[in-house]
Ligand binder design. Sequence first.
Ligand code: ADP
Ligand code: MG
Length: 687
Amino acid sequence: MNNRPVTDLKGAGPRLAEKLERLGVHTCEDLLFHLPLRYQDRTRVTPIGGLRPEQTAVIEGKIMAADVVYGRRRSLLVRVGDGTGMISLRFFHFSAGQKASLEPGRAVRAFGETRPGASGLELYHPEYESAAGELAPLEKRLTPVYPATEGVSQPLLRRLVDQTRQAMERDPPRDLMPPSLTGESGLPTLQQALTTLHAPSPDADVEALLAGTHPAIQRLVIEELVAHQLGLLEKRAGQRCYEAPVLDGARLMQQLLDNLPFELTGAQQRVIDEIRTDLGAGEPMLRLVQGDVGSGKTLVAAAAALICIESGYQVALMAPTEVLAEQHLQNFRAWLEPLGLTVVWLAGSLTRKARHEALEAIAEGRAALVVGTHALFQESVTFRQLGLTLIDEQHRFGVHQRLALRDKGRRDQQVAHQLVMTATPIPRTLAMSAYGDLDTSVIDELPPGRKPIETLALPDNRRDEVVERVRRACLDGARVYWVCTLIEESEALQASAAEDSAAALAEALPELAVELVHGRMKPADKARHMERFASGDAQVLVATTVIEVGVDVPEATLMVMENAERLGLAQLHQLRGRVGRGAERSYCVLLYQGPLSETARRRLQVMRETSDGFRIAEEDLRLRGPGEWLGTRQAGDLAFRIVDLLRDEHWLEPARSMAERLRRDHPEAVPELLRRWVRGGEAYAEV
Ligand code: ADP
Ligand code: MG
C-alpha cells in the first residue's frame, strides 16, 4: 500500500495527483506523513440557543425552511432549529444537489463559525451533512486540518487520508526502526503515532501535538533524523569506495613552519596531524576544519597543501569571493614562493592572455597551487594532477557542489582529497546534520597573547563622542578601522557611503591621516591604501565590509561599525575579528540607528556579552533558523518534512548512534528508510 501512487485511492485521478504533488504528496505513504496543521473539535454539539457570535461550533437541528433569497447577493438561506433556538446556514454558491440535500424536514449537522447576519446568527458555507432520518454518529476524534492547496479541499484530503489509514490498519506500514531502538525512548510505534496524529482522541494533548513535542510527532522526528543520518553515512561510505593519492611529504611543511616567526598552537598541530593521517591513507579525505576567527586556519591549509605538493600533486584553493581569494593569494605567495613553488591566480576578472597563461601552467603542472574563485572549476580548467582541493568558507556551498568539486580531480577510481575551512564556527546542530558526511576537526584555541575585545553599543546620536575617542586612540598610537555598512547589496551605494564617512572623518580629524578602501576601487589603489594603513602612515581606515576577510594589522586596536544593527551576527563577529590581533587591548564600538528591532537588539547584546565564535554561532542559529543560516544552497540538503532542527536538537545525537547501529545490525531497513524520508534517497545506495 505504502509505496503505491495516490491514484490507487478511490476518487483520486491523475488531475488530483498533480495537485497533490504541489503538497509533496506522491504516494499513499506521503499522505500518511502529511501532518495536520491544527485540529477542530467536532465531537460535541452546541445548543443553538447558547451560541455566541464568532464561535466555532457543531450544531444539529431540523431544517425548518430553505429559500433562495435575493439580498445584495443571491444566496440559499437554510433555517435550522433545535428547540433551543434558530440559526441560518447561508450559501452563496450552491448546486442543485446541495439544495436537494437541504430540503425542509431533513436533519442537518453543520460546522462553522457563527457571525451576525441579516437573519440573526448565521453560518456561511459551513461544512455540513444531512439525512432524511437519523444523522450519522458524531465524530469521536478530533478533526484534522491539513496544509491544502487549490483544488484540494479539506474534506477531500480527509477522505484520502482516511482511506490510506484504513488500508494501513489492514497492512501496517513497516516499522523500520527496530523496537529495541525506539523502545528505549518510550515512543509509540509508527502506526500508533500516525493514528494519534491524524485522528487524536478528544482528550489528546493538542498543544503538544501542535508544538511538535508530543511523543507521536517525536516518533516520526526520530525516524526522519535517523534516515537523514543514514543518508550521510551512505555518502561517506560512497566516498570511501574511491581511491585517492597517498600524500605524505613532510619536508616542505617543516620548512614553512621553520620560517614562521611563531610556533603552531597545540590545536593547529593536532589538526595538522589529523589531516596528515587522512592524506596518507589512500582514501579520499573529506574533512571540515572549524575554528574561530583568527584561530589560524589558513596556516593549517597551507600545511596540507605542502604535504600534497611535495608528493607531486597540485592543490586548488577556492574561495567564494574574489576579495577573499586575493587575500589567500597574498598569504600563500608569501609562504610558498620562498620554497621555490609557483602559485597561480585564476579568477573571472583575468584578461584573456593572463587566463590562457594560467590555464597552461595548471595543465602542464608548473602551478603547484592555484588560487581562485568558482572560475577554478569550469570545464576548461584541466589539472595535470590534482591531489587536494581546499575550500574556504564552506557554508556557501552545498553537498552537491562539494561532490562536483571532488570530481574535478577524478581519474577512474581516483579522486582528490578535500579540505573545507569555515569562516566562523558552525553550530553543533548543523555540523551534525548539514555536514554529517564530513569528518570534522576543530581548532579550539587562539594563538597566544590575544586579548578579549571590549565591545560596546552606542546609538548613532553619540557619534561625536566616538569620533573623539578615535582621535584620542590615534594620538596614543593606535590604528582604527571605521566600517561602513548598508543593507543594500549594491557595492556602489556602499562605496559612496564609505566615501561620505571618510570625508566627514577627515574633516573632523585634521591631525590624522584617513584612508579609504571599498570594493569599487582598482585593486592597485586598494592595495596602496591598505598598505598606508598597515605601515602606520595612515591611522584611520574607512572601509566597507570588504575588510571582513583576511585583513591583518596587529596594531589596529579600535573598530567602529556604523549601522551595526543591519549586520548579522556572523558578519559582526567576522568583522570584529580584525582587531584584537596584537598585544594591546582592543575595543569595538557598534554604532546603531534606533529604534532597534528585537532581533537587532539581541544581536548587539550577544556581541557585547561574548567573543566566543562557537557561542555566537549558536545564538545566530537560534535567531535566524537553519534555513537562513545555511543559505539556500545548503538548506536544500536539509529540507526536513517533520523535523525542526532547533526544536528537535536533542534527538540528533541519539539519531546518529541509532543510524550507526541500524546500519550494522539491520542493513535491510536502510534502503527503505532512505526511500521513505530522504529526497533522492534511492540514489544513495548506488553512490
Ligand atoms: P583564520 O583564517 O582562522 O581567521 P588566519 O589563518 O587568518 O585565521 O590567522 C590569523 C592570524 O594569526 C594571521 O596573521 C596568522 O599569520 C596568525 N597566526 C596563525 N597561527 C598562529 C600562531 N600559531 N601563532 C601566532 N600567530 C598565528
Ligand atoms: Mg581565514
